[in-house]
Design a protein around this ligand. Structure first.
Ligand SMILES: *Cc1c(COP(=O)(O)O)cnc(C)c1O
Length: 339
């Protein structure tokens, strides 16, 4: 088995702690793993992937990196920060519309001096070729390309490590975990966790909540997860086999579409904030935690289960989504109207 190189970008291990109030309320043992505290430019799950992706870029002698995503991409924000840390020129291909005022992640991208190329999402492939060509003409070499969400056979290593880290932590405390629930979007986090589970014989079942409706134009997220796992097995000679049954992805919470805030996300954000003093984000963790609360209500998990919610970050987007999240009638147990 081979292992790719990595650089240091975050603070690990990230904490695990109990959600005491919610555990009582729901009669389950609920825990949270705080990958919102990885530390790079406000943290999030992309820090772990970027430790491998930036190492690969440096190993290939790159001078610039380029990645792509939505205007409020957390991955874009963390990529530009990571690139700056290692002296690489950060380029972003972001999907229009280009907002009048830069807020949330986009405001932060600007502080890092990201070179932003705004394009129509449906023209992504042609536009990317053109933009890469312009950068090549400038630098005399290709920029290092990082796919959406950093979800390829290199980036997923961040979550192979993360499973190893989780096992070490739970061995120390003796805490058993039966289920891991998290937001699955471009598939890299999920793919890494599945490989990690096989390699290190993690007992917990891994349950991804599907966030996007059509992230890839030509394939499902499951297909992408399978593909990058297969590449990782081949490239790094991993001694494992993966079948369809290893991938648990819950559909149905993504109906509103990517980045659309509904009562589910809003209720999840207000609930975790008011019961535990922890912030979720409006796009990923708000949706995934809302799904977890719904699954608890529906009796999806056996009584007495130990359930870990893996917080993947994203809170800077709260500010950009203020109009969707603000409400004069604050949900919650002891709140009257704000005004
Ligand atoms: C990117 C992201 C995810 C999803 O991770 P993938 O590896 O793309 O599936 C979840 N939560 C947050 C906050 C993210 O930024």
């Amino acid at each position: 088995m081979k292992h790719p190189e990595k650089v240091d970008l975050g603070f690990f291990p990230t904490p695990i702690h109990k959600l005491s109030t919610l555990s009582k309320k729901y009669s389950y043992n609920l825990f949270i793993k705080r990958d919102d505290l990885t530390g790079l430019a406000f943290g999030g799950n992309k820090t772990r992937k970027l430790e491998y992706l930036i190492a690969d870029a440096l190993g290939k002698g790159a001078r610039a990196v380029i990645t792509e995503g939505a205007a409020q991409s957390n991955h874009a924000r963390q990529t530009v920060a990571a690139a700056r840390r290692f002296g690489l020129e950060p380029h972003l291909i972001l999907f229009k519309p280009d907002p009048e005022n830069y807020d949330g992640n986009l405001l932060l991208d600007m502080f890092f001096g990201a070179k932003i190329h705004w394009i129509e999402r449906k023209k992504l492939y042609q536009e990317r070729i053109k933009i890469m060509g312009v950068i090549r003409d400038c630098h005399g070499q290709d920029p290092y390309f990082i796919p959406m969400g950093g979800s390829n056979e290199i980036g997923l290593w961040g979550y192979i490590d993360a499973i190893d880290e989780l096992i070490t932590q739970t061995k120390l405390t003796g805490q058993k975990i039966d289920f891991i629930v998290f937001a699955s979007s471009s598939g890299g986090t999920h793919a890494g966790m599945i490989i990690g589970k096989k390699l290190f014989e993690l007992e917990a079942q891994i349950i991804g909540i599907e966030i996007d409706k059509h992230i890839y134009p030509d394939k499902s997220v499951q297909d992408h997860i399978k593909t990058i796992i297969r590449y990782a097995i081949e490239d790094f000679e991993l001694p494992i086999n993966i079948s369809d049954q290893d991938i648990t992805l819950i559909h149905g919470y993504n109906e509103a579409g990517y980045g659309v805030v509904t009562e589910l996300e809003k209720n999840a954000i207000y609930t975790l904030a008011q019961e535990e003093g922890i912030l979720l984000d409006p796009v990923y963790t708000g949706r995934a935690f809302g799904a977890l609360l719904d699954l608890l209500d529906k009796g999806y998990f056996p009584q007495g289960s130990n359930i870990l919610f893996w917080h993947t970050g994203g809170q800077p987007a709260l500010f950009a989504y203020r109009n969707d999240l603000f409400t004069k009638h604050i949900p919650g147990k002891d709140n009257k109207n704000l005004v």
